[in-house]
Design a protein around this ligand. Sequence first.
Ligand code: MLT
Ligand code: ZN
Length: 447
Amino acid sequence: MKLLAEIVGAEHVLTDPDLTASYETDWTGRFRGSAACVVRPGTTDEVAAVVRACAAEGQRITVQGGNTGLVGGSVPAGGEVLLSLTRLNLLGEVDPASSQVTAGAGVTLAVLQGRARDAGFDFGVDLAARDSATVGGLVATNAGGIRVLRYGSMGHQVVGLTAVLADGSVISRMAGLEKDGTGYDLLSLLAGSEGTLAVVTEARLRLVPRYRARAVALLAMDSTASAVAVLPGLRAALPSLAAAELFYAPGLALVRKHGGLAAPFPVEHPAYLLVECADLVDPTAQLVEAVQTAEGLVDARIADDAAGQRALWAYRETHTESIGAEGVPVKLDVSVPVSSLPALVDRLEPTIKAVCSGARAIVFGHVNEGNLHVNVLDTGELHEEVTDAVLQLVAALEGSISSEHGVGRAKVPWLGLSRSPAEIEAMRAIKRALDPTGLLNPGVLFP
Ligand code: MLT
Ligand code: ZN
């Protein structure tokens, strides 16, 4: 502890429970664990020195960014040094020649987006936790969000990383080379490694063009199947398509209750699809034309002004906080082949009720990727049973038990549903090679 204070300064080593509490509990309130201390380095060199000091003592480390994760991956199991990266918040100027920017691990997504937009660009990842989620955490979890349809996940935006390995050595590839086929692609390996292989301290990130002209439509559909079926036509007709998000009446009721929002339509509908187009010129007419003949469309609202668009997005974006206001949910983040999405939605309710009759499922997600967020409230003591039932259903549909939130601690027992024994052994071999003593994020990812 004394050594850590010498590295980062005594004011950046926290042990007072009043100060450490917020680092030791996850966003949902489901995962808690006490840390030996919270250490807040301000540079990559300080991170490396902290890691070396911990390695010398066999002291395990939990790595944390904005602590917005939903699978317990950034809170300690018990006794680890909690390495908080929020002070690594240096943000470079945008380089117009390469359309890239360098950001410290602690830069929030909102600040990064602001820097990109001020320079006439945009960033390809967006998600509701943008004000707190940080670059390091987004890389470590290979975060998805609402723009994957157009730009891919966080890993797709990464053209360079600096990271501290478990022995305290530093690897850095920050020249921003768009092509570099020299051996193993360590950048892709670290994106999605959930802090188990290295500590990402800065990233060189690709930016995308800024499309100021936007149109948003909220489509009331007669079924999930219709919401899925409409998408290929929208993708083909609308090169400007930037988001396609799905939600249902129970979620809409919750966001209206907690956000005081007006009903979007006079009556309830079986499924809601929110689509956004972004382009150089106003895409409203194109969007209207593309949706108006959609089979299964029962009603629609279109917004071509910023306030109206924000109001429509609020129905989707306030789901997470509204669910949290109801209680601590079992949060499951799954994906299935898009063609199986209607079957998954139909079978969810009976599957959950069979193990926990009083549970309430609130389902929403990113329809293009077949990615559903299954939030189950009122599970009492049955959260393991509910989790198991839903994840078995997803596996039976050849889906993934973790689509964009990571495995964390929450999904560890179910890893085998989405990865074969051979794959898990290959993953373990990589972990052993880079972190032989299991120093980084113990309890995350592996059983
Ligand atoms: C979202 O899509 O809003 C996020 O993944 C958060 C969540 O699942 O609660
Ligand atoms: Zn999501």
